[in-house]
Design a protein around this ligand. Structure first.
Ligand code: SF4
Length: 372
């Protein structure tokens, strides 16, 4: 299939692997973080790690929107699901993420809460149209790729005159998270060896461009390569990072030129800027409170903000202490370091968010048979 097979070609992958092997400096390690769970899955699905020299280490980052939501935000969604006259809707994965004390939206539904799975914001709007006597709360999650559809849904709800459609905004920002990782002492110094460079997600940069990464490349002197998700994209991006490191450069480079530009998609960015503004701080699973890393709905559109229109209270969140998701998300532990991995915690019975999502690192290790 054109535009797919050409980026999965085995011969080209072998050639790239040979080039990488030839160019790596055998006297050093290259510790490269793939920020996005989509890259983690591509690496394991296509065996990219096995094609790399042993001194090129891929470290998995927190770029999975389901995984990074803290227990407190799951508890908040569950509280909405238990509120009379509210229909709480979200994407399928969100319904399975454990909240405090092993609760989940799925369990809240079994206990009588009105929880619906949707595939898109359009489904959520349709729910609002079809249930005028109910309040529809859309549990909105995701990075810069899913924020424009949420913004558009608010505009559409306004145009349709819907007064029963609300957004519980959990949209988060990629560059702020990478900056936090670089500033965090336990991540910056993984053992005694620093984190050397990042693969940035192409779909995020299709919206925001490459420009937002320039600040921290300069500030922290770590290279970033914006990478596509096919195996050859990932391998070429790894080679680009290795070349930068060998040459002592720290720049933002764009491997995914077929869709990513310097400034991104102006229309999508303007739409998001019209509806959303930065939160002073937002809590991430694993990273804690990260300044200016999340988005809330602007006052002009507060009619659609669930947190303002239907405030709910939740008791303090309880983390499952046996789950190592926070350390996995910071890249300081591998899924197989967790005692529950593959035994108590499996995709059928997830104990933490990283095993739920298709983009989670634990799910990737489990699905592709990485038990060591
Ligand atoms: Fe959490 Fe399960 Fe991953 Fe362990 S294996 S870190 S319990 S999601």
């Amino acid at each position: 299939m054109k535009h797919v097979d050409e980026y999965r070609d085995g011969e080209t992958a072998q050639k790239l692997a040979k080039t990488i092997a030839r160019e790596v400096d055998p006297n050093r390690e290259y510790r490269l973080m793939e920020f996005c769970g989509g890259h983690t899955h591509a690496i394991f699905r296509y065996g990219v790690q096995d094609l790399l020299p042993t001194n090129v280490k891929m470290i998995h980052g927190p770029g999975c929107p389901v995984c990074v939501l803290p227990v407190s935000r799951i508890d908040q969604a569950i509280a909405y699901a238990r509120t009379p006259d509210v229909i709480l809707c979200s994407y399928g994965d969100m319904l399975r993420v454990p909240g405090s004390k092993f609760t989940s939206l799925m369990k809240a539904k079994a206990e009588g809460g009105d929880v619906r799975m949707v595939y898109s914001t359009l489904d959520a709007l349709e729910l609002a149209q079809n249930n005028p006597d109910k309040k529809i709360v859309f549990f909105a999650i995701g990075f810069e790729t899913t924020t424009p559809p949420t913004a558009l849904a608010i505009k559409q709800a306004q145009a349709m005159g819907l007064t029963n459609f609300f957004i519980l905004s959990n949209h988060v920002l990629t560059p702020s998270a990478i900056q936090n990782i670089l500033e965090s002492p336990d991540v910056r110094d993984l053992g005694s060896i620093p984190l050397d460079g990042f693969l940035g997600p192409a779909h995020v940069s299709a919206v925001i461009g490459t420009q937002p990464y320039e600040y921290f490349v300069e500030e922290f002197q770590r290279p970033v390569v914006i990478s596509g998700f096919e195996p050859l994209d990932v391998m070429q991006s790894i080679l680009m990072l290795i070349r930068q490191l060998n040459e002592g450069r720290a720049e933002v480079e764009n491997q995914y030129r077929r869709a990513v530009t310097h400034m991104g998609n102006a229309k999508a960015k303007n739409l998001v800027a019209e509806i959303f503004e930065l939160r002073r701080t937002f809590e991430w699973r694993g990273l804690g409170h990260v300044p200016y890393s999340g988005l809330k709905i602007k006052e002009e559109y507060a009619n659609f903000d669930a947190e303002i229109q239907i405030p709910v209270e939740t008791p303090p969140a309880h983390e499952n202490k046996a789950c190592d998701c926070p350390a996995v998300l910071r890249g300081i532990k591998k899924p197989t370091d967790c005692k529950l991995f593959g035994t108590h915690c499996t995709p059928d019975n997830p104990m933490g968010s990283c095993m739920v999502s298709a983009e989670g690192a634990c799910a990737a290790y489990y699905s592709y048979g990485r038990f060591r």
